[in-house]
Design a protein around this ligand. Structure first.
Ligand code: NAX
Length: 324
């Protein structure tokens, strides 16, 4: 156990990267570990990356031990402990989902090969770039020498959105709300589930006492929150996404609190009837940079149907991505 950690951020010239790096470098993910930072982006973004590097110097972060920037995965993934995959190809107007899956699939195959070859074998990966679950699956399937449990995709933003909506509705503070779950895909088919959560120690359904809201408006609002932000801000969710990346890494590394769980999209092991080999958002507990899928939760018929819908979508994304 050294006091340094090698972290690579891809898409580091982009928006989420810009908002995330200050959180990383002020110790909010890995405490007071010194960070050897690697920033990867495409060659066309080289000058922007250099600009980011200048600002990182000007931040005078005591935790920033070294910086490398560039567009070559094999150089930048060398000996990494943690890789955060924010870089990807955005959906353009008129583009089919399948084309998006194929383009990003190729990016994640290339990066998976590099990770497989040069990263540490216990390297942990977090995929943010969309379609996040399927990109992560391709990465995990390509980087075969790294255990599947080391790969995750971000659904923490959805999880945080769900907690926040419940806190607003209940008129209580964020820390009073515990154990909401995001199941499935980071997309509008995700299922935000309140059945196992509490507000001030009382079941969410009892505390809020509004079935119509919890079964409809709440779910839809969380599923479509990205669109709501986009419409209002005329730009995507960046600040909140970066914050969720920080929360995901922090809790994975330092662990979740006793009796509490968070949502992470991870390699499915058949839990809750989800087929093996999907990157699926589950309730997890963490300790020491490991997670466990929470077992034994009772899933009612309403929830089963919601979980089935998001599973179907992930299966079809997988079929499209792997048919290319
Ligand atoms: P930006 O377009 O600002 O940044 C993306 C960056 O990735 C660009 O600098 C681009 O040059 C770079 N890039 C493209 N291909 C690359 C490659 N092969 N290797 C390295 N870098 C590459 O997007 P931003 O707003 O930062 O969003 C980044 C990604 O996060 C998008 O895919 C977005 O859809 C996804 N999101 C995922 C969320 C989640 O909860 N999982 C929420 C927020 C966000 O929508």
């Amino acid at each position: 156990e050294t006091d340094e950690i090698n972290v690579c951020v891809t898409g580091a010239a982009g928006q989420i990267g810009y908002a995330f790096l200050p959180l990383l470098l002020t110790g909010q993910c890995f405490g007071d570990k010194k960070i050897n930072l690697r920033l990867l982006d495409v060659p066309q973004a080289e000058s922007i990356l250099q600009g980011v590097e200048l600002e990182l110097q000007d931040g005078a972060y005591p935790l920033l031990k070294s910086i490398k920037t560039g567009s070559d995965e094999t150089t930048l993934f060398k000996d990494v402990d943690v890789a955060v995959f924010i870089g990807g190809f955005p959906r353009k107007p008129g583009m089919e989902r399948k084309d998006l899956l194929t383009i990003n699939g190729n990016i994640f195959k290339k990066q998976g090969q590099a990770l497989d070859t040069v990263a540490k074998k216990n390297c942990k990966s977090l995929v943010v770039a969309n379609p996040a679950n399927t990109n992560c699956l391709i990465l995990a399937e390509t980087a075969k020498s790294i255990p599947k449990q080391n790969f995750s995709a971000l659904t923490r933003l959805d999880h945080n959105r769900a907690i926040s909506q419940i806190a607003l509705k209940a008129g209580c503070s964020i820390t009073d709300v515990k154990n909401v779950i995001i199941w499935g895909n980071h997309s509008t088919t995700q299922y935000p589930d309140v059945n196992h959560g509490t507000v001030l120690g009382k079941r969410i359904r009892q505390f809020i006492n509004d079935e119509a809201y919890l079964n409809n408006a709440f779910i839809e609002r969380v599923q479509k929150r990205g669109g709501e932000v986009l419409a209002a801000r005329k730009n995507s969710s960046v600040m909140s996404a970066a914050n969720a990346v920080k929360d995901h890494l922090h809790d994975w590394y330092f662990g979740t609190k006793q009796g509490e769980f968070v949502s992470m999209a991870v390699y499915s092991d058949g839990s809750y009837g989800v087929p093996n080999g999907l990157i699926f958002s589950y309730p997890v507990t963490c300790s020491n940079f490991n997670y466990k899928i929470v077992q034994g939760l009772h899933i009612d018929e309403f929830s089963k149907e919601k979980i089935r819908i998001t599973t179907e979508e992930l299966l079809s994304e997988k079929a499209d991505a792997f048919s290319a």
